[in-house]
Design a protein around this ligand. Structure first.
Ligand code: KG4
Ligand code: ZN
Length: 363
């Protein structure tokens, strides 16, 4: 079976052609995975501007879909279905993707699957590694910071979320405060290399509490204070602040994951497999810390290749294939800009809707 996947929920316009493999749990086969990043369109604003994103998706999407079909050497009529991200994300982009997918599905008489973007991330480890259920997912991007128990297709439990900023957003805001360009994550990581992580002892928010949830806004305030109080904010001081920030973030994630491992072990009487996804999962220090945590705890650690950790349409096509194979309902309910993967998880009072804090105009 082969699916076309379409992804336009944030600042990547993407299309992919993915096929199932011999085994039902994967791995699958990626015939084409085309991603156009809009980073340059947004860089001047220091964050994603929803109106610019929507316009850029309109301009790029048709060409991206054609490239994916050409690269895979398939025609729309040969496909078994079409999967498109219908949430969560920025409404304008979601409309562009779903309208296009709907039109293609209607014209070529193919089943249409409207997919939760987070489900795409959650199932990627099956596309790449044929990972069996259940497993734990750490999703850390510019819009999301969650620890999820992935029990099966359509069966997710959110164990932790941020109660304020997403982690990628915290990296981007830290960079902005220090005068580093957008997107901030890679810049902070680079600067941190020549800094002393102990020069500033930044807070580890919510540490010692029972919750697995995370909070990064206090950390951001501490970074701002350190920057304001520095006699000279030269490149050495910027490096110290970045190193201190990264150390705090790494400690927080390691602490929450270690306790998530305890919970998993109590439930399943075995150590978990941990999957990392999202742009922040590119951070080398974080990857090293997570892989050594897994080693210590006898857990399996899977970090899918970077191009499948960040936003892409292969994961959306794959989620469509998994649903199609299991005959899971595929009613088109239109776009859902706010759409928790675990419907039973309570909304966090301080958490912003996807994208709200990412716009360049905001601090
Ligand atoms: O998953 P992603 O590419 O896009 C969405 O958020 O939708 O994640 C982008 C986020 C940005 O906030 C960026 O600063 C962060 O991931 N990021 C990093 C690194 N590379 C990207 N954060 C920390 N370290 C990195 N190396
Ligand atoms: Zn994503």
């Amino acid at each position: 079976m082969k699916f076309l996947g379409i992804e336009t929920s944030c600042d990547e316009t993407a299309a992919a052609i993915v096929a199932t493999g011999a085994k039902s749990q994967g791995p699958g086969k990626i015939h084409a995975n085309v991603v156009h990043s809009q980073i340059e369109d947004h860089a001047a604003f220091g964050g994603v501007v929803p109106e610019i994103a929507a316009r850029a998706h309109v301009e790029a999407l048709d060409g991206i879909i054609s490239s994916a079909l050409n690269q895979a050497g398939v025609a729309l009529k040969d496909l078994d279905g079409i999967a498109v991200t219908s949430g969560p994300g920025l409404a304008g982009g979601l409309i562009v993707g779903t309208m296009t997918a709907r039109a293609l599905a209607a014209v070529h008489d193919k089943p249409l699957y409207t997919i939760n973007h987070l489900e795409g991330h959650a199932l990627t480890a099956r596309l790449t590694d044929g990972c069996a259920f259940p497993y734990l997912l750490l999703l850390v991007s510019g819009g999301h910071t969650q620890i999820l128990l992935v029990r099966g297709v359509n069966n997710y439990e959110r164990w932790a979320t941020t109660i304020d900023d997403a982690l990628g957003e915290a990296f981007d805001k830290t960079a902005k405060l220090l005068g580093l360009p957008y997107p901030g994550g890679p810049q902070v990581e680079k600067a941190a290399l020549s800094g002393d992580p102990k020069y500033h002892r930044f807070p580890r928010p919510l540490s010692g509490r029972e919750t697995l949830d995370m909070s990064f806004s206090g950390l951001k305030t501490a970074v701002r204070k350190a920057a304001l109080e520095a006699k000279t904010l030269d490149s050495q001081m910027i490096s110290h602040i970045c190193a201190g920030f990264q150390a705090a973030v790494t400690d927080v994630l390691t602490d929450r994951l270690s306790r998530s491992f305890d919970r998993f072990e109590q439930m399943f009487e075995t150590a978990p497999t941990l999957i990392a996804a999202g742009g922040v999962a590119a951070n080398a220090q974080l990857r090293t810390a997570l892989s050594s945590l897994c080693q210590k705890r006898d857990a399996r650690w899977i970090a899918p290749p970077m191009e499948l950790c960040t936003d892409n349409a292969a994961m959306i096509a794959w989620a469509g294939l998994e649903r199609h194979r299991l005959n899971i309902d595929h009613k088109d309910e239109g776009i859902r800009p706010r759409w928790p993967l675990d419907q039973s998880a309570a909304a966090q009072p301080g958490a912003r809707p996807f994208g709200a804090g990412r716009k360049g105009a905001k601090a």
